[in-house]
Design a protein around this ligand. Structure first.
Ligand code: ACO
Length: 402
């Protein structure tokens, strides 16, 4: 008979830390967050500077390789990404197997996972060249897969990627072009997407990134690890919040209903939370939310939508919550997802695609972390312990005696 509590004593001390709020699982050089001060750095550069001066391709290079690229390095990287956008034709047929109303996140995680059945040349995780091709391939193909999922839900034919276009321009045409009709890319839409991807690119050991690291730590192929991360991102407490925010704003409907919903969010007997508020690490303004709020103004103005009831509602809700004792006391501020959905909506992207957009931006962060994890000299399989609270040892009773 094993005495369970003495077993724990024999094994020495371990930390019981539900949700890992105080547990560092790895060393990392990629992203730094100071949640008290509202600071976010990618490889040491403040996100505000990167958002104002850089672009998503350059940020992707920075996150993957650790330094800003020279002109030549960026040109080579950009060309490589542009020429890896095509999806194997056999994989395109996967989409026809999904119901037309399948959630795009379900299609995204399934199709990304199935890349391991197609791209065998990148399955050797110990081969640096294979890891390099994988990184470029996943970054390049993510918008193609997302667009195919979107076209499937619309019942429209798939639009092939165009290598002459930049990352966001190409994505817009794959989403919105229809055969035999000219499609003009709106530069404001492309600029807004680029900014959103920069702001979503990485956020250290969040739930989906930790999932990618954990799945990958077993030596599983990187496509499976990224597919696991996509599944983790889908939840409403994480990336799924951008979809939930829009649905919440629609449910509130009018500024006069705000107090009712704020009261619901404070009621401990009601599971409702104000979506887009609060963060595990930020106990101050999420710097990304401030930048996105500004972009919201710009996009709505430049797209001729000066009158946006949803945006007005969001601004008012933010003001009400910021003055509310409950939200002040618990340090609940708008997070990155509070305003992003309003921009996506203005760009014509349907609500069910919002978390997919987040996944496209976060792919480079997941990939950078997977590469860091796989080459970490201290790396070992992720294997947390538990505090067992079940039955003590007992004897098996045969079924006719129970
Ligand atoms: N509305 C109302 N109350 C909230 C909210 C909210 N949005 N967020 C947290 N609280 C309350 C909790 O009820 C809890 O109260 P208590 O101390 O009385 O029990 C307290 O604030 C702390 O909340 P926790 O859930 O313990 O904080 P945690 O760090 O575990 O969770 C999380 C952070 C998941 C982001 C949470 O704030 C939340 O659910 N927010 C809404 C969903 C959301 O916007 N998610 C996106 C996060 S950003 C991202 O992933 C990209």
């Amino acid at each position: 008979v094993v005495n369970i509590s003495s077993l724990y004593q024999q094994e020495g001390v371990f930390t019981y830390d539900p949700g890992y709020g105080a547990t560092g699982s790895c060393e990392s050089k990629i992203t730094f967050i100071d949640g008290q001060k509202g600071i976010l750095l990618y490889r040491g550069y403040p996100v505000e500077q990167l958002a104002a001066k850089s672009n998503f391709m350059e940020i992707s290079y920075l996150l993957l390789y650790g330094e800003l690229p020279t002109k030549e390095q960026l040109a080579r990287f950009d060309t490589s990404i542009r020429t890896h956008t095509m999806l194997n034709e056999g994989m395109l047929r996967f989409f026809t197997g999904f119901r037309y109303d399948a959630h795009p996140m379900a299609m995204l995680s399934a199709v990304v996972g199935s890349m391991s059945a197609y791209y065998h040349d990148t399955m050797d995780i110990n081969n640096p060249d294979a890891r390099e091709v994988f990184a470029h391939r996943i970054l390049a193909k993510m918008p193609t897969i997302a667009a195919a999922a979107y076209k499937h839900t619309c019942g429209q034919p798939f639009v092939y990627p165009r290598n002459d276009l930049g990352y966001c321009e190409n994505m817009l045409q794959m989403f919105f072009a229809v055969p035999a009709e000219p499609y003009e890319i709106n530069p404001v839409a492309a600029e807004a997407l680029d900014l959103l991807f920069i702001l979503h690119a990485d956020h250290e050991q969040n739930c989906s990134t930790s999932t990618v690291r954990m799945a990958g730590s077993s030596g599983a192929n990187p496509y499976s690890a990224i597919a696991a991360g996509i599944s983790a991102l889908w939840g409403p407490a994480h990336g799924g919040a951008n979809e939930a925010v829009l649905r919440m704003l629609e449910a509130i409907g009018d500024v006069k209903n705000i107090p009712k919903f704020v009261a619901k969010a404070k009621d401990k007997n009601d599971p409702f939370r104000l979506m887009g508020f609060g963060h595990r690490v930020y106990k101050n303004f999420d710097p990304r939310a401030t930048i996105i709020r500004e972009m919201c103004h710009k996009v709505l103005k430049q797209m001729g939508r000066t009158n946006s009831p949803l945006f007005d509602l969001a601004l008012e809700l933010e003001q009400v919550a910021l003055k509310d004792e409950y939200f002040i006391e618990k340090n609940l501020y708008p997070n990155v997802d509070f305003y992003s959905g309003i921009i996506y909506r203005a760009l014509g992207i349907p609500t069910s695609m919002f978390t997919v957009m987040f996944a496209i931006g976060r792919t480079v962060g997941w990939t950078a972390h997977w590469r860091e994890m796989i080459t970490d000299p201290n790396g070992r399989i992720s294997r947390p312990r538990q505090l067992y609270t079940g039955e003590p040892t007992r004897d098996y009773v045969s079924i006719d005696q129970r």
